[in-house]
Ligand binder design. Structure first.
Ligand SMILES: Nc1nc2c(c(=O)[nH]1)N[C@H]1C(S)=C(S)[C@@H](COP(=O)(O)OP(=O)(O)OC[C@H]3O[C@@H](n4cnc5c(=O)[nH]c(N)nc54)[C@H](O)[C@@H]3O)O[C@H]1N2
Ligand SMILES: Nc1nc2c(c(=O)[nH]1)N[C@H]1C(S)=C(S)[C@@H](COP(=O)(O)OP(=O)(O)OC[C@H]3O[C@@H](n4cnc5c(=O)[nH]c(N)nc54)[C@H](O)[C@@H]3O)O[C@H]1N2
Ligand SMILES: [Mo]
Length: 766
């Protein structure tokens, strides 16, 4: 791929808060880039994240019942404009450009072509996508699927498709006979989905939006809130004004967790000050140093508790809670006491005094929320990270009470919900017996392929068919070089998508690109206008009603595409009435309620209420669905982030792959990472100034990075600009997905298999 055209590279420190006027300017630039007028976008934005409106297609952060008149943020609005674009990627575009030619285009330019307008089939003779009728596409794909061995077909989901679509999709895959249901979660919060049940017996967090108004302290571990869940800055700002302590651990100084001005608050915008200070304490931890840091804080808490026992003061540990509700405290305590401060300091890069200071603040707080993101989950020991944050919270009874809890901040807008309704490769996580009985078929009972196994299967040829319900799979995964090369050997490649991306340019022998409506758009079926639903990061279910006209008359809604494919492929093989479901999504909601009665009681009656309805999460009520029946303290095996990489060579660096303020995953809106002061290019390598000097480099120099994973596999990315940045020595950072070719496929979380994208072993190529 050619590097993106860069008109003007400008890198300088950004001296303004998150939000503020910079945010407003960025939005205007974005809207006009999509050919949108203010009069056009206003009516839409007023129904953003509101009861009776549509739910944002960007992040999964909670949608409060008492919504602000403008319940959106800079990045939610950008995502909405990007989808509403007046541009169209129609058959004439594909007539002008061959697929091989398009492979040279940067990600940004591909999606910039606008919304896909017609179903297309790849024609190998002309190397072009050509229009095809929907009926022919469904018939042909079904015939291909029937000829393939179901175990060799993968059904991927990216995290946007609604609960109704996702439920239908997983049933389709299972009736067909494939348990291969990976989703973007496998690259994201799978460490949470594996780690939390072991600790507290629930795969999702325990915090609701109201808890942010009640807490008196918060931790932020490895989440870039100002960019990736900006609406969370609003409750956070309110909390800071109440004097709540916010303690942040992040290798990079991220502006959103430093300073914020609320663009929706005129007083904030017009005041000359620097904005609200969002973190009371900000610690630039070394990548992968979180277990060490949390062990240090726990050590500090134990020391304070020892002192309290000595002086007869009230205990610092919540001993009653620990006795009644937990298991494994003694083992955990032994681990913490035995771990030396010198190791903690070396591994975390933080001082004993600082960590003991955090322990003092933690011991003084009654209600504490532990927030976290990819900085904890995308590591070799991501589940240990999750366990460790639970341990820290459990020490003082901070799970299962108002104002406290654990808050994994999810990614895609319905990624959590997809899991709830059966998108999983693990047979134990779906109610297979209920499916079998209700729909009269025998689902596969063995474990299917998650993302890493899918990549392995594409490379070794055991995966023959791939259906993508959204996403940009081949671009988002590790080892992209090898995966792309092998992709062409697939027999069948089908993508359901809104916009063109790089994965679509990797044809198999038979390849279809099926364009769908987005959630913003009206969906009218035989029984009238259709609602969809999603689950947010705090386990609240919301209705969503599209209001925009479809960008092309030839688009179909996702439930119809899934239903028609299912009908054509497995029509007579179950009792599922696909036609009735496609005609009335309320019928699908009734089925979801039947299969998941505890989570979706009175689904159709409740899902449109403001603020959504909360799924009953046992851990919130201190009911622990673990083997021990208690919340478990789980000690990590050690402090190392990456037990399998030997002591790194002197020139090795640990690469953190990050998102800019101008992207949503592989969707690159533009080249302005305003909050980090990087404009005009994404090909940067952020480095500590001492490392730049130590390695004999200079600012602005063009370098190549190569893998230092020690497995002999060549991996390399060229054309990176050395850029000094506030980052710990030995760490460096650059953008995802450009740097994905450097992530080894085996370099993933031990149990959850999330690619360890925050600790990639690299060196400067000489
Ligand atoms: N605008 C926008 N919104 C998004 C997305 C987007 O791309 N754009 N993506 C969506 C998705 S799918 C997801 S999963 C979320 C992702 O949201 P986040 O979880 O915020 O993910 P990242 O931006 O990848 O990185 C998180 C932070 O972790 C820090 N970090 C890296 N390594 C470590 C470490 O070892 N320890 C600690 N403590 N911190 C570390 C990084 O410096 C970075 O600030 O956002 C969602 N929302
Ligand atoms: N190195 C590195 N790699 C990473 C990460 C990282 O931090 N570092 N993060 C990982 C994470 S957290 C995630 S979640 C994955 C993301 O991986 P994916 O979810 O696979 O990727 P996206 O970029 O979100 O997918 C964008 C595409 O989705 C399609 N799309 C958008 N809206 C819709 C819709 O409504 N319906 C349909 N059918 N299609 C739609 C569009 O065609 C668009 O091009 O990447 C992972 N990869
Ligand atoms: Mo994600």
């Amino acid at each position: 791929m050619k590097p993106a055209k860069t008109d003007h590279i400008d890198i300088h420190e950004y001296d303004h808060p998150t939000g503020g006027w910079g945010s407003a300017q960025s939005l205007l630039r974005n809207a006009s880039g999509q050919g949108l007028l203010v009069s056009d976008i206003w009516p839409t934005m007023l129904r953003h994240n509101k009861a009776g409106g549509y739910m944002c297609v960007s992040c999964s952060w909670a949608k409060p019942a008492n919504a602000h008149p403008f319940e959106f943020c800079e990045n939610g609005a950008k995502a909405t404009f990007w989808e509403q674009t007046t541009r169209r990627c129609d058959p004439s575009f594909f007539e002008r450009h061959s697929v091989t030619e398009l492979l040279d285009w940067p990600d940004h330019d591909l999606e910039l072509q606008g919304r896909l307008t017609q179903p297309m089939r790849y024609d190998p003779a002309s190397d072009r996508y050509r229009p095809v009728a929907w009926a022919d596409a469904f018939r042909d794909i079904a015939a291909e699927l029937k000829a393939l061995e179901p175990n060799s077909v993968v059904f991927y989901t990216s995290g946007r498709a609604a609960l109704e679509t996702s439920f239908m999709y997983q049933l389709f895959a299972r009736i067909y006979g494939s348990p291969n249901l990976p989703d973007s979660s496998n690259m994201c919060h799978e460490s949470t989905s594996v780690g939390l049940p072991e600790s507290i017996g629930s795969p999702v967090g325990t915090v609701q939006i109201e808890d942010y108004d009640l807490c008196d302290m918060m931790f932020f571990f490895g989440h870039n809130t100002g960019v990736n869940s900006p609406r969370l800055l609003h409750p956070l700002q309110e909390a800071r004004k109440r004097g709540v302590k916010v303690v942040t651990f992040n290798p990079l100084l991220e502006r959103g967790l430093q300073r914020f001005k609320n663009p929706q608050d005129p007083r904030d915008m017009l005041s000359p000050g620097p904005g609200t200070q969002m973190s009371s304490d900000y610690f630039q931890i070394r990548s992968g140093g979180d277990i060490a840091a949390m062990t240090g804080i726990a050590k500090g808490v134990l020391a304070l508790d020892d002192a309290a026992i000595g002086s007869g003061a009230p205990r610092v540990l919540d001993v009653d809670f620990i006795a009644e509700h937990t298991d494994g405290f003694a083992r955990f305590e032994a681990f913490v006491r035995e771990t030396e401060w010198t190791d903690i300091e070396a591994r975390s890069g933080l001082s004993r005094a600082d960590l003991e200071g955090v322990a003092v603040a933690y011991a003084a707080a009654d209600k504490v929320i532990g927030n976290y993101g990819m900085g904890l989950t995308q590591h070799r020991n991501g589940t240990d990270n999750v366990h460790m944050l639970c341990n820290l919270l459990l020490m003082r009874g901070n799970i299962g009470k108002p104002g406290a809890g654990i808050s994994p901040i999810r990614g895609h807008s319905n990624v959590q919900g997809q899991r709830t309704v059966g998108i999983t490769e693990k047979p134990d996580l779906a109610p297979l017996d209920t499916f079998a009985k209700r729909y009269g078929f025998e689902p596969p009972r063995h474990e299917g392929r998650a993302t890493v196994e899918t990549c392995e299967g594409v490379i070794d040829g055991s995966v023959r068919g791939f259906i993508g319900l959204g996403g940009n799979f081949a671009r988002a995964v590790p080892e992209t070089g090898k995966v792309e090369e092998a992709w062409r050997r697939l027999r069948l490649h089908v993508e359901v998508a809104t916009k063109l991306n790089r994965t679509h340019l990797l044809p198999g022998e038979v390849t279809y690109l099926l364009p769908c409506l987005s959630r913003l758009e009206r969906d009218v079926q035989e029984t009238g206008e259709q609602w969809l639903s999603i689950e947010d990061s705090t386990a609240c279910i919301h209705g969503s009603l599209g209001l925009r006209e479809a960008p092309s008359p030839d688009l179909l809604p996702e439930p119809r595409i899934v239903g028609e494919l299912a009908k054509a492929t497995v029509g007579g093989r179950s009792t599922v009435p696909w036609d009735e479901w496609m005609a009335d999504y309320a019928r699908v909601r009734d089925e979801i309620e039947h299969c998941y009665p505890d989570d979706f009681r009175d689904f159709n009656e409740r899902f449109r209420q403001p603020g959504g309805f909360h799924r009953d999460i046992d851990a919130c009520k201190r009911i622990w669905k673990t083997e021990s029946g208690k919340a478990n303290f789980l000690a990590p095996s050690g402090l190392e982030a990456d037990p399998d990489v030997d002591t790194p060579a002197a020139d090795a660096l640990t690469l953190i792959t990050i998102r800019s303020n101008d992207q949503f995953n592989t969707t690159v809106y533009g080249y302005h990472d305003r909050l980090r002061g990087i404009h005009g290019t994404r090909m940067v390598l952020l480095m500590n100034a001492d490392d730049i000097a130590r390695l004999g480099l200079r600012e602005g120099q063009d370098v190549s990075l190569e893998s230092s994973a020690g497995d002999g596999v060549p991996r390399r990315v060229d054309g990176l600009r050395v850029t000094p940045f506030a980052i710990p020595r030995g760490n460096c950072a650059g953008y995802y997905p450009e740097l994905n070719p450097l992530v080894p496929l085996w370099h993933h979380e031990k149990k959850a298999k999330v690619p360890a994208a925050k600790s990639v072993p690299v060196r400067i190529a000489r």
